[in-house]
Every structure is written in C-alpha cells, then in structure tokens.
Design a protein around this ligand. Structure first.
Ligand code: COA
Length: 163
C-alpha cells in the first residue's frame, strides 16, 4: 500500500521528529551513528530541542493507520548561532526524513511541498536547507526549486522562494 496523508506537526510529534532527525543525520550508512550519539550532538539536537517553539512549523506524513512515516519541519536560527543551512535570520531552515521502508514513494516530495506552503502561510519568503552533495536528496531539492547559494567542502546550502 502506498497511500499516505499529511498533517501539520504538533508538540506531540517531538519524539517522531527526533527519529527523523536521526534519519537525516544518518543518511550515509557508512558514517551513521547510534541514535543516542546523534541526539547527544548539540549541532544536531538544535534542530529539535524544545519542539514546538515559537516560529517552528512542520508536517508529518502518516500511513493509512495514522502511524507516522516521515516528517519535514522548519526552524529559525539566530545569526549568532546559525544552523548548517543558515542564510539569514528570518529564513527558516528545513529538516526532512522519511522512514526507510517508505522511501521512494513520493513521501519526501509531498512533505517538502506541504512545508513550503506552511512557510508561506507563516509569512516567510524563503526557506533554506543544507545537504551533502553525495546525498541523492539534493536532486529532489533541485526538482522542487531549491538553488545552491553557498557551497562547503562536501555540502551545499540551498534556498527556495515560497509563496
Ligand atoms: C531524502 C528523503 C527524505 C527523500 O524522501 P523520499 O520519500 O524517499 O523521496 P521521494 O519518494 O519523494 O522521491 C523524491 C525523488 O528522489 C528519487 N529517489 C527516491 N529514492 C531514491 C534513491 N534511493 N536513489 C536515487 N533517487 C531516489 C525519486 O525517484 C524521486 O524523484 P522522482 O519523483 O523524479 O521519481 C528520504 O530518502 C530520506 O529520509 N533519506 C534519509 C534522510 C535524508 O537524507 N534526509 C535529507 C537530509 S538533507
């Protein structure tokens, strides 16, 4: 069964979003870390700590039984404590993850589109993200209108306008 639905994320989704943050951090199986190690890394936990904070927004994909299968969310970072994909204060940075068994069925794309709509509704003009160039997810982002605005050694910061 490929059917899924998307709903707005709530404060009750903190645990599942943490799971998806671990998936995003561990996208490369060759360098993946145990969940506990990922969630003890302040550079990673800053994407979820205190969820749902003012300014946070996101979407959760669920299977037909209401079981969460993927999530995408946006969070604002200050210029003096930027995230990996920081471009400017006021531009939310996105995190995206889908459960392994649900990948390549359109869930990631649907979540990205839902969160772009949420960002626009929240009054944002742009969203950003950081992706390692070796991650095929970058092709998904390009096809959703994300453009590279800055490149590091292995990763790109990408931005898209939302409206
Ligand atoms: C990246 C990720 C969120 C994409 O979610 P998804 O539900 O698998 O993506 P979709 O099914 O919407 O696929 C999006 C596109 O990527 C392609 N794709 C999916 N899986 C792929 C794979 N393993 N290799 C290459 N391309 C793939 C699809 O073909 C699709 O393109 P299409 O619509 O033109 O066919 C998901 O794979 C994931 O959670 N990966 C691990 C975490 C991660 O990397 N997060 C992003 C960090 S920046």
């Amino acid at each position: 069964m490929n059917a899924f639905q998307i709903r707005a994320a709530t404060s009750e989704d903190a645990r599942f979003l943490s799971d998806m943050l671990v998936e995003a951090s561990n996208w490369n199986v060759a360098t993946s870390r145990p969940r506990i190690a990922v969630l003890e890394d302040p550079k990673v936990t800053r994407y979820i700590a205190g969820w749902l904070r003012p300014g946070d927004f996101g979407s959760v994909a669920e299977d037909q039984n209401g079981v969460p299968i993927g999530a995408c969310w946006g969070r604002l970072f200050p210029a003096n404590a930027p995230g990996y994909g920081f471009v400017a204060s006021g531009v939310p940075e996105l995190t995206l993850g889908v459960n392994t068994q649900w990948r390549a069925r359109g869930v990631g794309r649907a979540l990205l589109q839902a969160v772009a709509r949420q960002a626009a509704l929240a009054g944002h003009a742009r969203v950003s993200l950081s992706v390692e160039r070796a991650n095929f997810a970058q092709r998904l982002y390009i096809s959703e209108g994300y453009v590279t605005v800055e490149s590091g050694e292995n990763s790109d910061t990408m931005v898209r306008a939302v409206h």
